[in-house]
Design a protein around this ligand. Structure first.
Ligand code: NAP
Length: 555
């Protein structure tokens, strides 16, 4: 029997972030020849890169950690309810070291291309440093928000001082004392940064195009006693997450918005506003997400809270969104964000009123005049979901480019597989369960599903898996259909594929990037597919494969 060509690895995982770390753990546990290729010089993904002041979870820390190891759960002490970036990176390093995963990771290994060779059923990868690698499977653990985008403002190269995107915050830190700092953007990232650097910078100019709805994070330390209690309840905590649409500990209020009085609604909102985390969004009435009138009443409640916290009424009004209601975009959680605008050294510059015209050698010019700055921070977001994929030249059957296929909008099967891209797997791809949920909870489900698929293939001697076109169309139609009931469909945000800095993804056309059905529905769906023997996936056995070799490589 003909031997199939050897590959360097059976599985190559791209990305050593939260997803890649768990993925490689599961692969090496069953002895698969696998490696992780990571572009950065160390592991951690999001938590390696985003080192800006104030960066922290807005998922409860103990729901963000991995759930796969009781030993790990019992060893790790989360210090804060919403843990900060340095601690999160420490955690991921701790996990990698504890399970000896680092030796399966190759850093400074940026993948530039992945091409599928149909004749041999092999993926060929090209790295930025010229290396070539091959594998039977490629697992894309490249993150949803890992491709930062800069605005296209004239003169950006002219600025004489330091300027950088928040994703590339200098690892050595930057001293902002005595400096005039400008920050462009008021998304979740900026909302974390602004109150922190307001205390350090001499003057802080916030260049805001559209304000975001935001509510308090209400962070606090976790004592030894509380951590012991959390440890004793981990099963219950993860169970709660698995039953909530968002994969959080917050459960939607079971009552209808309309069946309770205005007083009862206010009582709930007052309570949620003072509680930690996403409760204000996710433990609210379900109508907030779908019903214009309910959403408007709640948005007005939050607007009042903003007015109470910001001294200057004109500034307060500018901080209140007018073009969308609360929670139809991803809600940033804040710590004394609104109070930052009560400081004399913080200036809100409305760039909708007076657009940014150019970057000069010494600062930023708006239609109203020049602002002299020492440092410019671009907090201008990401080419979400598909951006990181677009930066790798991925070609499947017949040389088809994934970037082209997904340009209008992604099409996937369960957010984990793509027709015409055999053996390309995504634990957290566009349209998967992790995109709009507590990220690691979704990741673990995705990785587990992929591992079951690989084991199924091994049991049956299959070497190639590809979703059918019909299955892909059906899943994508389900994803599209779910947008129709959500107010979110009207928002200009990364949930709808909007990005003013990416050609073709400017406002106007909704790209259905996110699965909105929630965790329980997603889990039921993917488990049903697995239980059916992967209905919707076509499996093949490569005729050129020596069976003994297959067994050896997947064993
Ligand atoms: P973002 O939410 O997309 O915000 C980008 C900001 O930059 C917006 O205010 C946007 O204004 C502005 N902007 C973009 N291009 C601009 C331009 N050309 N001119 C002027 N303003 C421009 O990005 P982000 O704040 O980095 O957050 C992205 C996502 O990361 C969040 O939604 C969240 O999922 C995640 N995140 C999570 C955490 C956490 O877990 N704690 C923290 C931070 C971020 P417009 O709104 O007008 O477009």
């Amino acid at each position: 029997m003909t031997q199939r060509p050897e590959t360097d690895y059976e599985v190559i995982v791209i990305g050593a972030g939260v997803a890649g770390i768990y993925q490689i753990k599961r692969l090496i546990d069953i002895g698969i020849r696998a490696t992780v290729l990571e572009g950065s010089d160390n592991l951690g993904g999001t938590w390696y890169n985003n080192r800006y002041p104030g960066a922290r979870f807005d998922s409860e820390s103990y729901t963000y950690g991995y759930s796969f190891s009781d030993e790990l759960l019992n060893e790790w002490h989360w210090k804060e309810r919403f843990s900060s970036q340095p601690e999160n990176l420490k955690y991921l390093n701790y996990v990698a070291d504890k399970f000896d995963l680092r030796r399966h990771m190759q850093f400074n290994s940026k993948v530039e291309a992945a091409h599928y060779n149909e004749e041999h059923g092999i993926w060929h990868l090209s790295l930025a440093d010229g290396r070539k690698m091959s594998s039977r499977f490629v697992i894309m653990a490249i993150g949803l928000l890992s491709q930062p985008t800069l605005p296209n403002i004239e003169g950006m190269e002219d600025f004489k001082g330091p300027s950088f995107h928040t994703y590339y915050w200098p690892h050595e830190g930057i001293d902002l004392k005595g400096k005039k700092v400008g920050i462009i953007g008021t998304g979740a990232t900026a909302i974390q940064i602004i109150p922190v650097i307001a205390e350090e910078a001499d003057e802080l100019y916030v260049f805001q195009r559209r304000p975001n709805w935001s509510a308090p994070l209400n962070n606090s330390p976790i004592s030894d006693e509380e951590m012991a209690d959390i440890r004793s309840r981990y099963d219950e905590i993860f169970e709660t997450c698995s039953l909530s649409p968002g994969g959080f500990v917050h459960r939607i209020d079971p009552r209808s918005f309309y069946e309770v009085s205005r007083e009862e609604r206010l009582a709930l909102w007052d309570k949620l506003y003072d509680e930690p985390g996403f409760g204000i969004w996710l433990a609210n009435f379900r109508e907030i997400f779908m019903d214009e009138a309910a959403n408007e009443e709640f948005s007005e409640y939050i607007a009042d809270r903003i007015r109470q916290r910001v001294n200057d009424p004109v500034t307060a009004d500018k901080l209140i969104p007018k073009d969308h209601g609360f929670g139809v975009q991803r809600v940033p959680l804040e710590t004394r964000y609104f109070e930052a605008y009560n400081r004399d050294n913080v200036h809100l510059i409305d760039i909708q009123e007076n657009p940014l015209e150019r970057v000069t050698e010494t600062g930023l010019r708006t239609a109203a005049g020049d602002h002299d700055l020492d440092v410019i921070i671009y907090s201008t977001g990401f080419d979400a979901m598909t951006g990181a994929f677009d930066h790798i030249d991925i070609r499947g059957v017949g040389g088809a480019s994934l970037k082209d296929k997904w340009f209008e909008a992604p099409a996937t099967f369960l957010g984990m597989m793509v027709h015409d891209y055999p053996n390309l797997l995504m634990p957290n791809g566009p349209q998967s369960g992790s995109a709009s949920t507590n990220y690691p909870r979704g990741i673990e489900s995705g990785v587990n599903w992929i591992m079951d698929l690989l084991e199924f293939m091994h049991e049956h001697g299959y070497t190639r898996a590809e979703p059918t076109e019909e299955a892909e169309q059906q899943w994508t139609a389900e994803v599209v259909e779910m947008y129709k009931i959500m107010l979110m469909r009207k928002a200009k945000s990364w949930f709808t594929g909007y990005n003013s800095n990416v050609k073709g993804h400017e406002a106007g056309r909704v790209r259905h990037l996110v699965y909105n059905g929630g965790t329980p529905k997603y889990m039921a769906r993917i488990n049903t597919v697995a239980a059916s023997g992967y209905d919707g996936v076509r499996f093949d056995t490569d005729p050129a494969v020596d069976e003994k070799e297959t067994a050896r490589s997947l064993a």
